[in-house]
Design a protein around this ligand. Structure first.
Ligand code: PBG
Length: 303
């Protein structure tokens, strides 16, 4: 385990002088761009390698236009972050659900998400983030064919060395609940089961991973982490790309709630969750507790 392999996911929102706690994720905050460097510096000082940025725009519409606007929240945040705290590696989350008025991860055609219409938008989002300074993009939308579409668009614009981390193995999970509160991105109707995976299905995870590698993914992510470590190990054994796992908002919220009630030992549980992910084979671990994990590594508690 290495501190530089830790990724801290965080939320930035429009406005000024904002640092507001997310009610279902105690200890996690939404920051306005001017306040964001505080937390970035904390991460850099702790030795955390990367930060993954999620944007929460003031304005949402049916086409999620703020996701690919060159002056959108995430684009401005990336520019500022790269300038103010250049030592961190910055990952842009490529998805539409935080930006669409209906909360779905793509463009709607009637009541369902149109996969192919969405691809073009995702490629635009990725390009706009890289132009703003993202070191890597991470599509979390789960449309089929998006890795190919994004790779092609980045290459066409000269960004041939910018890597793509694919949320390839992403399940339709109740563990995303607190994130959707944080980002205001819960779908207004229906669910995400037409694009995220059924958690009963093990073989489909492998299929998604192999397809994304073929399309040009540089890193494969499994999400959530804790309840899907079997997939991490299986894909690690079958492929040759680095593996990432995302310990999501619901995992964080459960640990916090249990700790606040005095039912569990928070630090011990965070350590155990992190080590189990690395033991399963992750090379990159995304966690809202990244700073604490780095500290536990420094203390020699885990390593
Ligand atoms: C966007 C996205 C989600 C998460 C990361 N990217 C929410 C979702 O798919 O509904 C969840 C992360 C977390 O729960 O911490 N699609």
């Amino acid at each position: 385990m290495d501190k530089s392999s830790l990724v801290y996911p965080m939320f930035v929102k429009d406005g000024e002088n904002i640092k507001e706690e997310i009610p279902t994720m105690p200890g996690q905050f939404r920051y306005s761009i001017d306040r964001m460097p505080e937390i970035l510096n904390e991460m850099a000082d702790a030795g955390v390698g990367s930060v993954m940025l999620f944007g929460i725009p003031d304005h949402k519409d049916s086409r999620g236009s703020q996701a690919y606007a060159c002056d959108g929240i995430i684009q401005r945040a990336l520019e500022k972050a790269k300038k103010e705290v250049p030592d961190l590696f910055y990952i842009g989350d490529v998805c539409m659900c935080e930006y669409t008025s209906h909360g779905h991860c793509g463009i709607l055609q009637g009541e369902y998400v149109d996969n192919d219409l969405t691809l073009e938008k995702l490629a635009q989002i990725a390009l706009s983030q890289v132009q703003a300074g993202a070191d890597m993009v991470a599509p979390s939308d789960m449309m089929d064919g998006r890795i190919h579409a994004i790779r092609k668009e980045l290459d066409r614009n000269g960004y041939v060395t910018t890597p793509i981390m694919s949320y390839a193995v992403k399940y339709a999970s109740a563990f995303y609940g607190p994130f959707r509160d944080a980002a205001g991105s819960a779908p207004a109707f229906g669910d995400r089961k037409s694009y995220q995976m059924d958690y009963h299905n093990r073989r489909e995870g492998m299929k998604e991973a192999l397809l994304d590698i073929q399309e040009g993914a540089d890193i494969i992510m499994v999400k959530p982490a804790m309840t899907y470590l079997d997939m991490v190990r299986e894909i690690k054994d079958a492929t040759h790309v680095p593996m990432a796992a995302y310990s999501v908002s619901g995992e964080y919220a459960m640990v916090k709630a249990g700790a606040q009630l005095g039912y569990i030992d928070e630090a011990a549980i965070i350590c155990e969750m992190a080590v189990s992910a690395y033991r399963a084979g992750v090379d990159i671990y995304m966690s809202y507790s990244a700073k604490e994990i780095a500290q536990y590594m420094d203390e020699g508690r885990i390593g």
